[in-house]
Design a protein around this ligand. Structure first.
Ligand code: PLP
Length: 386
């Protein structure tokens, strides 16, 4: 059955939003940087939040706002993954969940592996937890990006205590395979290390690819792993502050259970209310329509770059609404997004923030209308040929 793609809101309407995406730069700049999307909210989310506002339901989040069950149902329906809601706890956002788990599974000064190019806050949350970043870059096979399992093995053998995994990976959009994840789990188990899997982009894996929840990759993965996730990327709820820490083994569940209650108190009630609605079956149709739209945009971007910026190197992502684009050949230096914002009026995310692998790169958010995407690439193309 074909799905009608979800249409992004008109730009005049989006400019009335007050979030970072729409307030950081002046109106002549097309904002394709921060990971917010331009679509109307899922109707079930709008309904749940409107009702909460009408009721003045703006107090503290109760111990069980229903989101653990809602996520477990979602994971079963969308990923075929059985999650025990009793092994989930909430907190305010994914990065806080990562930090708090890292604090429990590492000691001060321990090394934690990250796999650049990677979501810039990873470089900050590891030291926030008292640990030290150890970089093991992804391997570019020529047709895909993969975890460098040999490099990770060497780092673990050298004493690294944990791996901070991004699954699917931001910014490359890689949905890691079950085999890779199972091999990673075996390595971690062999060295007594932990894997924390950031799965915030999981609902957005495109057709032709599969999302493998890390904890489901193998029995070893269930033992060594923690997943941290949220409805906030797929459903554009980042400002509402609710994330889930998910475990699949008694001892990891104990670690999460033993976190101070204060960490759970930081869960936003609106985030939990919206998350329950987002993960409910009622929102599946909206999510499928969003995926159809993003699928079309990830391909459109390839066509637009070929036409207007042929020197750009772009690999269509497996997941999400973020594109990792190599602009080295344009000769705009290490940080081409700076030139592009200044000269073309298009705000993209700065490649070098993702690690040295991001020199000469930009990250483009294509969670917008095809018209905005076209205009942005045409502006960059005009600059390139000026
Ligand atoms: C991989 C990844 N993790 C975490 C986040 C942020 O999540 P949160 O706002 O829940 O901390 C993002 C936001 O774009 C992301 O891409």
């Amino acid at each position: 059955m074909s799905v009608t793609p979800l249409q992004a809101l008109p730009i005049e309407q989006l400019r009335q939003r007050s979030s970072t995406k729409w307030r950081k730069y002046p109106p002549h700049v097309l904002p394709l940087f921060v990971a917010e999307t331009d679509f109307p909210p899922a109707p079930a989310v709008t309904h749940a939040l409107s009702r909460a506002v009408e009721l003045g339901d703006t107090g503290y989040t109760p111990p069980d706002p229903g989101i653990a069950q809602s996520y477990a149902d979602f994971a079963q329906r969308r990923f075929g993954w059985t999650v025990d809601p009793a092994r989930i706890r909430t907190t305010c956002d994914v990065m806080m969940g990562v930090v708090e788990i890292l604090r429990r599974v590492t000691s001060p000064g321990d090394r934690v592996i990250v796999t650049p190019p990677v979501y810039p806050p990873f470089y900050e949350c590891v030291p926030e937890a008292g640990a030290v970043v150890e970089r093991v870059p992804l391997v570019d096979t020529g047709s895909a990006w993969e975890l460098d399992l040999l490099g990770i093995e060497a780092a673990l053998a050298g004493g690294a205590r944990a791996v901070l995994l991004c699954n699917p990976h931001n910014p490359t959009g890689t949905a890691h395979s079950r085999e890779t994840l199972a091999a990673l789990a075996d390595l971690a188990a062999g060295f007594g290390a932990t894997v924390i899997s950031d799965e915030i982009h999981a609902p957005l894996v495109h057709s032709g690819h599969r999302f493998t929840p890390f904890l489901s990759a193998s029995p070893a993965a269930a033992e060594v792993g923690y997943a941290v996730t949220s409805a906030s990327k797929a459903f554009n709820l980042a400002g509402l502050k609710c994330a889930l820490m998910v475990t699949a083994a008694p001892h990891t569940a104990d670690v999460v259970r033993a976190l101070p209650d204060e960490i759970e108190w930081r869960t936003g009630l609106f985030g939990a209310i919206a998350g329950v609605a987002a993960f409910s079956q009622e929102s599946d149709e909206w999510l499928d329509a969003l995926l159809a739209s993003l699928d079309s945009n990830r391909r459109l971007l390839a066509e637009l770059l070929t036409e207007h910026v042929p020197a750009a190197r772009y690999r269509i992502p497996d997941a999400g609404f973020l594109a990792w684009v190599d602009l080295t050949e344009l000769g705009w230096g290490d940080n081409p997004a700076v030139t592009i914002r200044r000269e073309a009026g298009v705000a993209l995310h700065l490649g070098p923030l993702f690690g040295d692998e991001g020199l000469g790169h930009v990250r483009i958010n294509f969670g917008c209308s095809p018209e905005v995407l076209r205009e942005a690439v045409e502006r960059i193309g005009a600059l390139a040929s000026s």
